[in-house]
Design a protein around this ligand. Structure first.
Ligand code: ZN
Length: 510
């Protein structure tokens, strides 16, 4: 039905206006919550934590009430039944429906019990970890697994519980698809990492000289200004764990951390978070305050942080552009260092036990290991009590290393200790895979892109990404976005080609 009477048209317009007002309110409450969280991680005085926790809890109750409001649900039903929505409106309503189901389908008692368990599990982990005692966490993990399976059972439209958890952060992806991508990657990465680690390591001594924090921060900010990060709609502050956050509307902020005896720390965390922020700052203004007014998935988001951090920031062209400026900033510390040595040093590959310390090449093996263990736990083929042994065996197989303790084994990451298991890690590696696919497409559309970078001119790269990846926000499902932007579905080939060429040349592999 396409024709309506004047009265219907007026009432349907009212429906749409009401819906948009409700979304704007949810987005603004979300932004206020982000502001409280940002402040807590940057400037909140330590004595003010209790009051802040109370404010955050009040705000989350207000958000929950509005997100699950019965009138809002009826409005969604009414609008969803209409045949006159544009593709963008249809997508907004579909995502709103997804969020509504996520917020309403669990019974209140289930949510309360699950969240209480999450708090207890996290608290137990904070002491089991320093005590190096995985065994203490076994009952908590068993309960987490049970809650996770129950949660997935409220969404029977997903056959495999893992599919439900993956879909929450990487919409439309399934465990089978992720598993296929990851096994192709592992097959290629294990021998490549072996070859690189067997070659002569680069010189890295100069990365650990004394570099004053203020100069490091100023340099990082100059680079991201060149990238296109808009400081009139954001800022950078210091924090313990770097992150990017949207405080509502156009305000997209980042944080970083700095070590005076580690040159890579501040620069690369700044470039990483700026990549996330360029994505958020680039979302089309008309979509802000709606369900499509932000990045579309964990994987696509991470593709942008990795693209600006690694494909650009660790490239030869990048150091051709910036090494001179860098040496001007640190003339004594870098007096005996060449541009080539700098480029090699920031691309050092080494086996390590810690995911967050891993280099570009071995990082994915840490992620794949966790993903496979999660999938086995959730699928019931691995018992929690055997998790730590399975972890060590997988590390020997994938990374050629065995942790001497539980701390660097299954107790390592916080992700499994908030009360839920599944879907926590795959986005990191999907992001790496997609970063190379997007970059290759940008390069194909803009011949000579590397020469631009060597002149610190990022306008064509940023322009292409804005148009094809950033502006659409959540308008398309991730898979459709990838296909529209690059002309093909997600594929590991551009990423493997990038790694083989880069590390083949750096480490003179044949
Ligand atoms: Zn990231």
């Amino acid at each position: 039905m396409t024709s309506t009477t004047a009265g219907d048209a007026r009432s349907t317009d009212t429906q749409w206006t009401d819906l948009k007002a409700h979304w704007q309110e949810l987005a603004d409450l979300g932004g206020i919550g982000s502001l409280l969280g940002w402040d807590q991680s940057t400037y909140l005085p330590s004595g003010a934590a209790a009051g802040r926790a109370r404010q955050q809890s009040l705000l989350s109750r207000m958000v929950h009430a509005r997100a699950t409001d019965a009138d809002y649900g009826r409005l969604l039903d009414a609008v969803q039944g209409r045949g006159d929505l544009s593709p963008a409106q249809t997508r907004m309503v579909a995502l709103a429906r997804k969020n509504f189901e996520e917020a309403t389908r669990f019974p209140a008692e289930f949510v309360a019990a699950w969240s209480q368990h999450g708090g207890e599990s996290y608290s137990a982990w904070t002491t089991a970890r320093p005590d190096n005692d995985f065994t203490r966490m076994v009952p908590y993990l068993e309960k987490s697994l049970d809650f996770s399976r129950q949660a997935a059972a409220y969404f029977p439209e997903f056959g495999d519980p893992m599919d439900y958890f993956i879909d929450r952060s990487d919409e439309g992806m399934t465990a089978a698809q992720v598993g296929e991508v990851f096994s192709k990657l592992r097959e290629a990465l294990v021998p490549l990492a072996d070859a690189v680690i067997g070659a002569a390591p680069p010189r890295t001594d100069f990365l650990h000289r004394h570099y004053p924090a203020a100069t490091q921060l100023a340099f990082g900010e100059a680079v991201i200004r060149d990238y296109g990060y808009d400081f009139t709609r954001g800022r950078q502050d210091l924090t313990h764990h770097p992150f990017m956050t949207r405080l509502g509307g156009a305000d997209v902020r980042i944080t970083t951390r700095v070590k005076e005896n580690d040159l890579g720390e501040a620069l690369y965390s700044t470039l990483h978070e700026a990549g996330h922020a360029l994505y958020e700052q680039g979302v089309s203004g008309e979509f802000l305050g709606t369900p499509i007014g932000g990045g579309v998935s964990a994987g696509v988001h991470e593709s942008q942080s990795r693209l600006w951090e690694n494909l650009v920031g660790r490239s030869r062209a990048f150091w051709a552009a910036y090494f001179g400026k860098f040496r001007d900033a640190f003339p004594e510390q870098l007096s005996d260092v060449s541009e080539d040595e700098m480029h090699r040093a920031v691309n050092t590959v080494a086996r390590s036990l810690i995911r967050t310390d891993a280099d570009e090449l071995t990082y994915n093996l840490h992620v794949i290991t966790r993903y496979e263990l999660e999938r086995e736990l959730l699928g019931g083929t691995l018992a929690v009590r055997d998790l730590n042994d399975a972890w060590h065996a997988a590390y020997e197989r994938n990374l050629g290393l065995r942790a001497p303790n539980d701390v660097n084994g299954a107790l390592q990451d916080v992700h499994w200790y908030f009360g839920s298991i599944g879907g926590a890690f795959q986005g990191y590696t999907l992001g790496n895979v997609l970063s190379a696919q997007f970059y290759a497409a940008a390069e194909k559309a803009n011949p000579g892109l590397e020469d631009d970078i060597a002149r610190a001119d990022f306008s064509r790269l940023h322009g292409w990404l804005r148009k094809h990846v950033y502006a659409p926000g959540g308008l398309y499902q991730p898979a459709e976005l990838v296909e529209r932007a690059t002309g093909q579905p997600m594929t590991v080939e551009p990423y493997l080609k990038y790694l083989r060429e880069k590390y083949g040349e750096l480490y003179a592999l044949s």
